[in-house]
Design a protein around this ligand. Structure first.
Ligand code: CP
Length: 338
């Protein structure tokens, strides 16, 4: 978990050592085979959603319950109010409470806090700092788990690693193609950032396809280049879907917004509309080496990926979604052990 920190927070996958990732994946695989654990007996985990969720919410509630614990589920829009993240500010705006107070108070009730921060509204330069989740981590007295911030989705990365391992066995030297897909409501690049860094760390060669203007976060790209360089892996970005998927063992589909038009809906919609036709079909999948398809969901059928691919034998989507449950049980067991 976060190196040197007194409290082991999980904000990005890199907060875990290689050994910890291995332990979580091994335990998740055992739990998936039916081994039962009661690591959280008598303990509570707080889940705070500032944005909607189907998989993360359901799988975390189920994970905690299956480990013998309980969850306290709070949805910001209906259960509480806006929280201030900035330190030293005069709180005369909409937020009546500061995260530093809420984090300490919540820590008195639960053994861990899982947070999905609000959809972000400033410049990308500001949002990429992930100030809200970092404020929770700075002030909470219990472990904080990131349920998807602007920059990272580490819970998804754990499930993706287990799915890759189950599908390909040894990951070293295998090829992952990450490709942008068409959607009128593209998401944050968090899933792709986490998948990219996880795959390189596991020794995979990675190519990233996207239309012009949809490059990933510059800081993440710099980290990815450095990680690929250290491991002598190939890493290409900004190429077309055909090129990226050539010889790929896995194709990871996702629509992400352009950080260039962040918080400018008109310009963003124009940019997305100009990038039509980024749909994964059998022709694209056939370019790979018996390639499988991954997508963190929700997926727009016949826009991002055709029904034929989604409902065919190449799709790993349901396995990925299922693995959210098992890997989160592994993570919670490690995080809250003792
Ligand atoms: N993959 C994922 O995080 O799904 P939800 O947004 O439904 O939680």
């Amino acid at each position: 978990m976060t190196a040197g920190a007194a409290i082991p927070h999980f904000i990005r996958l890199e907060d875990l050592s290689d050994r910890q990732v291995e332990d979580i994946l091994d335990l998740a695989a055992r739990l998936k085979r039916g081994v039962s654990r009661a690591e959280l007996a008598g303990r509570s985990v707080g889940l705070l959603f500032f944005r909607g969720s189907l998989r993360t919410r359901t799988s975390l509630v189920a994970a905690v319950q299956q480990l013998g614990g309980h969850t306290v589920n709070l949805t910001a829009a209906s259960d509480f109010w806006e929280l201030e993240a900035r330190d030293g500010t005069v709180m005369d705006g909409a937020a009546p409470e500061h995260i530093r107070d809420a984090a300490v108070v919540m820590s008195k009730y639960v053994s861990a806090l899982a947070i999905r921060p609000a959809a972000v509204t400033g410049s990308w330069e500001q949002e990429r700092r992930d100030e809200s989740i970092r404020a929770w981590a700075a002030h909470a007295e219990v472990p904080v788990i990131n349920m998807e911030s602007a920059l990272w989705h580490p819970l998804q990365a754990l499930a993706d690693l287990l799915t890759l391992r189950e599908t390909l066995g040894e990951l070293e030297g295998k090829r992952l193609a990450i490709t942008w897909t068409s959607s009128p409501t593209p998401s944050s690049p968090s899933v792709v950032h986490s998948a990219l860094m996880a795959a390189l760390r596991a020794g995979m060669n990675v190519s990233v396809a996207h239309p012009p203007g949809f490059g990933l976060d510059q800081g993440v790209l710099d980290e990815a280049r450095s990680s690929a360089g250290e491991r002598s892996l190939s890493f290409e970005t900004g190429i077309g879907m055909d090129e990226a998927t050539e010889g790929a063992h896995v194709v990871y589909a996702r629509s992400w917004f352009s950080t260039e038009t962040y918080n400018n809906p008109t310009l963003a919609a124009t940019k997305v509309a100009a990038a039509r036709g980024w749909t994964i079909d059998e022709r694209i999948m056939a370019r790979g080496a018996d390639a499988r398809l991954m997508h963190s969901m929700p997926v727009r059928r016949n826009l991002e990926v055709t029904d034929e691919v989604l409902d065919g034998p190449r799709s790993l989507l349901y396995a990925q979604a299922e693995n959210r449950l098992h890997t989160q049980k592994g993570l919670l067991s490690l995080l809250l052990r003792g």
